[in-house]
Design a binder for this molecule. Sequence first.
Ligand SMILES: Cc1ncc(COP(=O)(O)O)c(C=O)c1O
Length: 507
Amino acid sequence: MVAPIIEPPALYRQAADHHHSFQNTDMQKAYHDFKDRYSAFFTTSEIDALRAKEYKRLDEQNQVYLDYTGSSLYSDSQIHKHMTLLLHAIYGNPHSDNPTSSITSHQVAQARNAVLDYFKASTDEYTVIFTHNATGALKLLGESYPFTSDSKFLLFVDNHNSVNGIREFARSKGAHIQYIPVKKSNLRLDPSMLDEYLNNARTGIANLFAYPAQSNFSGVQHPLEFIARAQEKGWDVLLDAAAFVSTNELDLSQWHPDYVDISFYKIFGYPTGVGCLILKHKAMAKLKRPWFAGGTVEVVSVQGDGYYFHEGYSAYEDGTANFLSLAGVPIGLRHVQMIGVKKIHERVMILTDWLIKQLLALRHTNGTPLIRLYGPSNVRMRGGILTMNFLGPDGLVIDPGIIEHYAAQENISIRTGCFCNPGCIETINDIAKLDVEKLLHCGHPISFEEYVAALPGKTMGAVRVSLGIVSNFADVYQFVQFARSFIDKEIAERLQYCTKQMCNSSC
Ligand SMILES: Cc1ncc(COP(=O)(O)O)c(C=O)c1O
């Protein structure tokens, strides 16, 4: 249950009367100041025109969308183009030579080539395995990676649960699992520590090192230089690019991770239900699938109790691909190419810079800050994700659920919880192994409430704002106005944690 707030955010309501409109003189004035400060923003003004034409539902419905890391948004033209394809072609199930099957196979091959092309991945070096999402790609890798009892699985504390979960496959094979901490002050890794961990593995053994190119919690961009550094020391590298690629270029002719996971809806919003594992041919050759399925086998016998896999990616795509959705992938990639991912990035970073400065300047009358931002407070090596907590005048955290509740009343889509990244929540709360180990190994399942109750004074959730493909000044301005409305507000009740559903499942 969301706790009541004593006074509604009245200041924001005044601004909201002029919702999303530059008729609002305060917003107009702020926009003028912004224009003076960030002249480069206007090299991205085609995106404003694109938003007005292709994403007009946002402004028609007065929606302030600030959850692009949850999901990006699709344009009208992507849908029209995809529907036109579906209405004109006849797509049969692939895996056959009949005419409608061949059309589908051709379409899937086109999607595979479009992905390699988009990421500048040479076909001599890389291939693509289609999955349902990034998580599907990570699970496929986890279950197939040849961990042994001599192997190491090394990963950052800052990882999404779909990467953390690979540790259970590693554990089942007896591999050693090790986490590298990030600093509480900025949620970055101390690069001087990395070699210590990387040196720590036996060569000639399957050792996997995993990290996110961009944290889905803090927006920190962990250096892509770590890829080669780990590979030189004999590690295979899994780069989780799910949160990075929506507003950043990933050039696989420059960077050469062994495995990369992606969900397409995080780049261009539609279709959902398709992702991929981009992997080196030689990294694929190392994998050992724990089972076979329809579509993956060259030969299989019931009587003979044996089977042989197909060569290449076919051995990893279980059953029937999501072939109708896959037809929408080249359309989405072309859409982003048409805008230019570098342009999206530049615009997002300008808006992020402005937003950071505005939020950190917000103070209660007694001088205490309203916002506690987690991660870097500048735009160096970070993306357009800001995770924060709102503080009362007494410095105590306001339950993120309350913030989301009031944001929802103003049509502002933000996300609260821990974003499937427990390592960052533990870091910002100084939660150590000793604090939680006993609890998690007490011999019976514990509820979320019991878990939180055992960690008094810890804030097991935060508020996340994330920018993306068509974010504009009005979006960030309105969030700042919304935040401002909490200045000097006494909150009647403070739950020190977010709701169960938010913490356990919010991505
Ligand atoms: C960094 C990161 N990795 C992996 C995932 C999992 O993506 P999906 O839920 O699309 O499988 C997410 C989702 O938000 C993410 O942000």
